[in-house]
Design a protein around this ligand. Structure first.
Ligand SMILES: C[S@@+](CC[C@H](N)C(=O)[O-])C[C@H]1O[C@@H](n2cnc3c(N)ncnc32)[C@H](O)[C@@H]1O
Length: 381
């Protein structure tokens, strides 16, 4: 079962990118004024400083300015003002009277939303599966589809025999924050060299995953949270992403099983020893450059290198395909999240490049029935 997506504002599909529609958020100057103006509401039972009034006015102005998802934007920002994150929190406090300081803060948030800053950047955090991650621009805001990618990886990890029988996910009796083993896969002689190559300190799980293009750490940290036997190496070409993943790992207390490395996908074969990983997973940049101008304005706040995958969208994917057989143990999986047009292209690419030493297994659909997740396997020899 997938966890509830508590604050998913975005909006996959229908837009040009197929996936990259962000939580909208923009209030206009009028909104800003209205939020602090005590006139104009027809219902005498609604106090002009109440949560209900402020949210209604905010939503109205957002809608007038054609800001995407005005209702959700207004309510998520109010939830943050009220120190809660569920929309229910806002609903249950409709009559709460806001202080001047709260109204002022809400007004500032509204101003940013009117500039189409994504809500997660305005409130500085976002939920991903069971975790709340700190977020700051330009590091990519994790999308709900990626929660499904993690689910596939977790299922895959369950099929791998390990020395321990206590592997579990949240809700099991196993303490996910505990050290669960003495080294990362004792079966691999290469593992002992990994610290030297990468500066790694992640060495406590019996299964070892690599997350390529870790961004905020959403995939890596969820794997660590939900699979106690896993240790993860997370890499990103962007230092802001590396820093944010480290920050989130420290906040969530996962530093002992996570190794964050600043490097590009093209460097991975040099940076990591052969056959080190049980799973390689990536949500790489995959939007074809030609599609970039058509993306929603909110995406301008995100690092364009996190989105733009080159002419065919597959520049980084091809780097990953080229090094995965080196990185993976025989028979182990590579999972990729891509654009719905790309799985057949990747399948054909792998067939035409036997030197990749990868076998295509399947593509899987996301919650909107679009083929988005590619499952490949390193050949046994
Ligand atoms: C689509 S974002 C995914 C972020 C995160 N994994 C998630 O799902 O929210 C792609 C990430 O890949 C990183 N990236 C882009 N090109 C890369 C490359 N050549 N090598 C390694 N990382 C790269 C970007 O900096 C960005 O953080």
């Amino acid at each position: 079962m997938l966890p509830a997506i508590v604050r998913s504002l975005w909006l996959s599909s229908s837009s040009v990118s197929h996936t990259h529609r962000l939580p909208g958020l923009a209030l206009g100057a009028c909104v800003v004024r209205t939020l602090c103006t005590p006139h104009g509401h027809g219902d005498p039972d609604v106090h002009r400083h109440s949560v209900k009034y402020a949210v209604e006015q905010c939503e109205k102005r957002l809608a007038e300015q054609n800001i995407p998802e005005p209702d959700l934007s207004a309510r998520h920002m109010m939830a943050h003002i009220l120190n809660g994150k569920s929309l229910h929190h806002v609903h249950s406090r409709q009559k709460t009277i806001l202080t001047d300081a709260q109204l002022q803060e809400y007004r500032k948030m509204a101003e940013r939303r009117l500039e189409r800053t994504p809500v997660p950047y305005i409130i500085g955090e976002w939920d991903f599966r069971y975790l709340t991650l700190s977020l700051r621009p330009p590091v990519l805001i994790p999308r709900p589809e990626t929660e499904e990618l993690v689910q596939h990886v977790l299922q895959d990890l369950k099929t791998i025999p390990t020395s321990s029988s206590t592997r579990g996910v949240e809700g099991s009796d196993t303490d996910s924050s505990a050290d669960t083993g003495s080294s990362a896969d004792t079966g691999s002689s290469a593992d002992t060299d990994s610290s030297a190559d990468t500066g790694s300190s992640a060495d406590t799980g019996s299964l070892h995953c690599l997350d390529i293009g870790c961004g905020s750490g959403a995939i890596s940290l969820s794997l660590l949270h939900e699979c106690p036997e896993v240790s993860v190496s997370a890499v990103d070409i962007n230092t802001a992403a590396v820093d944010l993943t480290r920050h989130n790992a420290a906040r969530l207390n996962f530093e002992n099983r996570l190794d964050v490395v600043h490097c590009s996908a093209a460097e991975l074969a040099e940076r990591f020893p052969a056959q080190m990983f049980d799973v390689v997973v990536s949500n790489p940049p995959y939007i074809p450059t030609g599609d970039m101008p058509g993306l929603e304005k909110e995406l301008n706040y995100e690092d364009q290198f996190a989105l733009d995958g080159g002419e065919d969208g597959l520049d980084v994917v091809k780097d990953i395909l080229a090094c995965s057989a080196h990185l993976l143990k025989p028979g182990r999986s590579l999972w990729l999240e891509v654009d719905s047009r790309q799985p057949p292209v990747i399948e054909e690419y792998v067939a035409r490049h036997p030197d990749c030493n990868l076998e295509w297994l399947a593509s899987h659909t996301d919650f909107q029935e679009r083929p988005r997740f590619c499952h490949l396997r390193r050949r046994w020899s």
